[in-house]
Design a protein around this ligand. Structure first.
Ligand code: UDX
Length: 441
C-alpha cells in the first residue's frame, strides 16, 4: 500500500491552524505554512495566537512528536507535501463589496514554482464562484510539473468556537474536482471521516464554491428573518423569543440560527453575503441576490436599535452617562472582533457622548488594538461600576452567571438591555432592574 499522503496547510489563521492540527490528529505528517514569522514561531512553540477552545491542547502533542510543524518556507512545504491545503483569508476589499482574493494568488505563486512532482492543491477559502478555475490555470502555468499539480476545491464550514469538532466531525464534505484521481486523493485524506459516516459530495469547481457562499447566505437570511420579526414584535408588543420557540417546533423551520438579537458579525457572514452580491452582479444576475441587501440592512438596523434603547435608558442622551458594555467578541467562545456588533454599538454610543467601558473575557486585547479610544475593564463588575446602563452584547456564559443583586449594588442605575436574549429577564426584574431586550415588550 502506498504511504500516507503528506499534508501542508498554507495560511495558519482560524481555519488553517485548526485544519493543520486536525490533519495531524488524523495521523498525517503535517507542515503549516504562513508568511508571518511571528505566527509561525508562536505555533511552533505550541502557542495558538488566537482563542479557540481546545486548539492549544490539540496541537501540543503533535508538535512534541514532530508530526506537526510550522514554517515560513513555501519551498520546504512544496518539497514535503503531496496534498497542499490553502486556507488563506479572502477579506472584503476596502470600500467595495467584493472579496479580495489576492492572498490566494500569493499562496499559489509562492508554492507553484517549487512543485516538481505531482501533487494536489486544495483550496478551502471562501471565494467568489469562478476563482478555482482561475487558480487552476495559474497553478499549472507556474508549476514546473504543469498540470500534474492539480487543483481541487473543498470549502470549509467550520464555526469559530467549535472549530475542532466541526473539522473532525463535519456535517458533510464537499469537493469540487476535475479528475477521478483528485477525488480519490481527497477520499483517501478524509478516509477516517468517511469511515465515521460523514457524507462526501463530489461536484465541479463552481458548485463547490457556491455551496459555501449559499450556506452562509442562508444562515444570514435566517438570522435576519427572525430579527425582522423582532422589529415587528417591538411595534406590536409581542415577544420574539416566544415567537421563535413556537416556530422552531416546525421541523421545516427548525430552531437553530433563529435567535433574535444584535445580529450577525464576524469574519465570514457579513463579508461573504456582500461578496456574493458583488459576484452575482458580475455574472449579470444581481437581481437574484438583491434580497441579501435587505438581509444586511436588517442586520445593521439592530445595532442602531440597540443604541436607541441605550439612549432611552440614559434618559434621552448619553452626555455625562456611563455605559457598561458586556462583550466585545462577535460571538462567545471566540476572541475574534471582526465586524463585531458589540464593538460597533460601543463605538456608536461613545461617538454620541457616552462614557463607555467594555469588558470581554477573551477579546479585550484585540478590541483595544482596533478601538483604542474605548475604555476597557478587567472584570464585568469593574466595567459596570457607576454605570447608568449595562448593555449585554455578546452572550458569554459568565454574564448569565452574574448575580443581579450584587451587580445592582455598584451601578448608578439598574438598567440593563439584553442584546442577545440570553439573560433571565424575571430574575433581573426581581432584583429591581429595568430589563429591556431586542424584540421583546
Ligand atoms: C459562520 C458559519 O456558521 C460557518 O459555517 C462558516 O464556515 C463561517 O461563518 P462563524 O462566523 O464562526 O461561522 O459564526 P456563527 O456561529 O455562524 O455566528 C455568526 C454570527 O451570527 C454571530 O455574530 C452570532 O452571534 C450570530 N447569530 C448566530 C445570531 O445572531 N443568531 C443566531 O441565531 C445565530
Amino acid at each position: 500500500m502506498a504511504s500516507a499522503p503528506r499534508i501542508t496547510v498554507i495560511g495558519t489563521g482560524y481555519l488553517g491552524a485548526t485544519h493543520a492540527a486536525c490533519m495531524a490528529e488524523l495521523g498525517y505528517e503535517v507542515i503549516g505554512v504562513d508568511v508571518d514569522p511571528d505566527k509561525v514561531s508562536d505555533l511552533q512553540a505550541g502557542r495558538v495566537p488566537f482563542y479557540e477552545p481546545g486548539l492549544e491542547e490539540l496541537i501540543a502533542p503533535h508538535i512534541a512528536s514532530g508530526r506537526l510543524r510550522f514554517t515560513t518556507s513555501a519551498e520546504e512545504a512544496a518539497a514535503f507535501g503531496d496534498v497542499h491545503f490553502i486556507c488563506v483569508g479572502t477579506p472584503q476589499r476596502k470600500g467595495e463589496f467584493a472579496a479580495d482574493t489576492s492572498y490566494l494568488d500569493q499562496a499559489v505563486d509562492a508554492l507553484a514554482p517549487h512543485l516538481v512532482r505531482p501533487c494536489l492543491v486544495v483550496g478551502k477559502s471562501t471565494v467568489p464562484v469562478g476563482t478555482a478555475a482561475r487558480l487552476a490555470e495559474r497553478l499549472s502555468a507556474r508549476a514546473p510539473v504543469g498540470e500534474a499539480a492539480e487543483l481541487a476545491w473543498n470549502p470549509e464550514f467550520l464555526r469559530e468556537g467549535h472549530a475542532i469538532n466541526d473539522t473532525l466531525r463535519p456535517d458533510r464534505l464537499v469537493v469540487g474536482v476535475r479528475s477521478a484521481a483528485a477525488e480519490a486523493r481527497l477520499r483517501e485524506v478524509y478516509a477516517p471521516l468517511l469511515d465515521a459516516g460523514v457524507p462526501f459530495l463530489t461536484t465541479d469547481f463552481a458548485t463547490s464554491e457556491l455551496v459555501k457562499v449559499s450556506a452562509n447566505a442562508f444562515l444570514s437570511t435566517k438570522i435576519s428573518f427572525i430579527n425582522a420579526m423582532a422589529e415587528v414584535c417591538e411595534a406590536a408588543g409581542a415577544d420574539v423569543t416566544q415567537l421563535s420557540e413556537a416556530l422552531s417546533y416546525d421541523p421545516r423551520i427548525g430552531g437553530l440560527f433563529l435567535n433574535a438579537g444584535l445580529g450577525f458579525g464576524g469574519g465570514c457572514l457579513p463579508k461573504d453575503i456582500r461578496a456574493f452580491m458583488a459576484r452575482a452582479g458580475e455574472l449579470g444576475v444581481d437581481q437574484a441576490l438583491t434580497f441579501l441587501r435587505e438581509v444586511d440592512a436588517i442586520n445593521m438596523r439592530r445595532r442602531f436599535k440597540m443604541v436607541d434603547l441605550a439612549r432611552e435608558a440614559c434618559g434621552g442622551g448619553f452626555l455625562g452617562r456611563r455605559v457598561a458594555v458586556f462583550g466585545a467578541a462577535f460571538k462567545p467562545e471566540s476572541d475574534d472582533i471582526r465586524d463585531s456588533p458589540a464593538l460597533n454599538v460601543a463605538a456608536q454610543v461613545q461617538l454620541q457622548g457616552g462614557e463607555v467601558t467594555v469588558y470581554d473575557p477573551k477579546a479585550t486585547d484585540n478590541a483595544r488594538k482596533m478601538y483604542p479610544g474605548l475604555a476597557y475593564a478587567d472584570t464585568a463588575f469593574d466595567a459596570a461600576r457607576g454605570a447608568h446602563v449595562v448593555l449585554h452584547l455578546t452572550e458569554w456564559r459568565e454574564f448569565r452567571a452574574i448575580d443581579p443583586e450584587e451587580l445592582g449594588e455598584i451601578v448608578a442605575a439598574r438598567h440593563i438591555i439584553d442584546g442577545r436574549n440570553a439573560l433571565d429577564a424575571p430574575r433581573w426584574r426581581a432584583a429591581g432592574w429595568t430589563f429591556r431586550a431586542l424584540g421583546r415588550p
